[in-house]
Design a protein around this ligand. Structure first.
Ligand SMILES: Cc1ncc(COP(=O)(O)O)c(C=O)c1O
Length: 379
């Protein structure tokens, strides 16, 4: 299959046309097709209850698109309002057992999910924080060493939120499988930039959301893949009518839906569902492997330029250990980000990361040249 013409596809993203946009890891650029979908949503709003069937069809459609994205069945996908809520639904259904009460996570995980997993100590879990020895790469060997029969849950990011470091997931998942632990992967920073095949990955739960590399225009929609066999042996602790086996029967008693769907609660944000479709379709049509390859071509070019300026990297250099983000250890990153923004170049920064730049496949080498020309001032 020939790779898509990403520079030509750029015109479908108004954000990328107007700006040198390097902040996809924060909020992905918006597609014109997404804006059209939101106009369509707007037209359904005055219909009120006559819109419900249309909205439910769109909700089903988005579950199916997420399923295709990660090679799952549609009944293995549960929607929620955000990724933390997906983690919470799974966490609440898992209980500590004598001799198996550990949760293993890492210090590079997203703060929101760290708060959530650490809070499970109040439910009888013991939380083990694994550190990255260099603070940059995902700590694969250390995670493997921490996994044994005492571990109930391994909750770890596939891609670190701060610097885009990619976990070599296979050894971690194999160790968890051998020890009988449930693996919950936070793939928010991976979805749309790192190909995810839940069958090949063999994780139990994969959580992701829409407003970064999947180009969702509105916050308020995330999803969890939950392996069918695991979902069906768990009882949701906080179920709701969207997770009922026959939702529209309004049965007074709860009966769990088949598969992951049982973890859904109440009405999702329909606006966020409309705002998500075109971005997922873009990923499916362009192909995530092609998106990743083009992003690497741009990030390698950016890294070569940064090397030339003597700027050091705050993320792994090898392709196998990074996703879409380049972190550059410039002087005064806050000031650099704000001054670059005034020049039409969007980057950001997080504690200890330097400036963070996402290489979106539809960025141009010219965008990278613009950044490199300005970076000289911060070396
Ligand atoms: C790795 C990761 N997980 C989760 C989230 C978001 O979580 P939530 O949807 O709960 O806001 C982010 C970024 O916002 C993230 O980078």
């Amino acid at each position: 299959m020939t790779a898509p013409d990403f520079p030509a596809l750029r015109r479908r993203f108004p954000t990328l046309v107007e700006r040198s946009y390097f902040a996809t890891h924060c909020l992905g650029p918006v597609l014109d097709a997404t804006l059209a979908d939101l106009d369509e949503y707007r037209r359904t709003i005055p219909l009120r209850n006559r819109a419900i069937d249309t909205w439910l069809a769109r909700i089903d459609e988005i579950r199916g698109l997420f399923a295709r994205l990660v090679n799952a069945g549609a009944d293995e996908i549960a929607l929620a309002g955000n990724a933390t809520a997906c983690h919470a639904a799974v966490a609440a259904a898992l209980v500590p057992a004598p001799g198996r009460a550990r949760i293993v996570t890492t210090t590079l995980d997203f703060p929101s999910t760290r708060y959530l997993w650490h809070a499970q100590a109040a439910r009888g879990f013991e939380v083990i924080d694994v550190r990255s020895p260099d603070g940059i790469a995902m700590p694969v060997d250390e995670l493997v060493a921490a996994i044994d029969e005492r571990v109930a849950i391994v909750a770890v990011s596939l891609v670190a939120y701060g610097n885009g470091a990619l976990l070599r997931a296979r050894p971690v998942i194999e160790a968890a499988r051998a020890a009988g632990a449930v693996v919950v992967l936070d793939a928010y920073q991976a979805a749309g930039i790192v190909p995810i095949d839940v069958r090949a990955l063999d994780a139990d739960v994969v959580v992701a959301g829409t407003h970064k590399w999947l180009h969702g225009a509105s916050n308020g929609l995330a999803f969890a893949y939950i392996r069918r066999a695991l979902a069906e042996r768990l009882a949701p602790a906080y179920p709701g009518w969207f997770g009922h086996a026959r939702m529209l029967d309004f049965d007074p008693a709860y009966a769990p839906a088949a598969g992951a769907r049982r973890f859904e609660q109440g009405s999702p944000s329909v606006e966020a569902v409309y705002a998500a479709r075109a971005g997922v379709r873009f990923a499916l049509e362009a192909g995530v492997a092609a998106i990743r390859a083009r992003s690497f071509a741009l990030s390698d070019y950016l890294i070569a330029g940064a090397d030339g300026l003597g700027v050091s990297l705050g993320m792994p250099r090898v392709h196998a250990e990074r996703a879409g983000v380049v972190c550059l250890d410039v002087r005064d990153p806050e000031r650099a980000a704000s001054e670059l923004s005034a020049l039409g170049i969007d980057v950001d920064t997080r504690p200890g990361t330097g400036i963070r730049l996402s290489c979106h496949p539809c960025n141009l080498h010219d965008d990278v040249d613009r950044v490199l020309a300005e970076l000289r001032r911060y070396t």
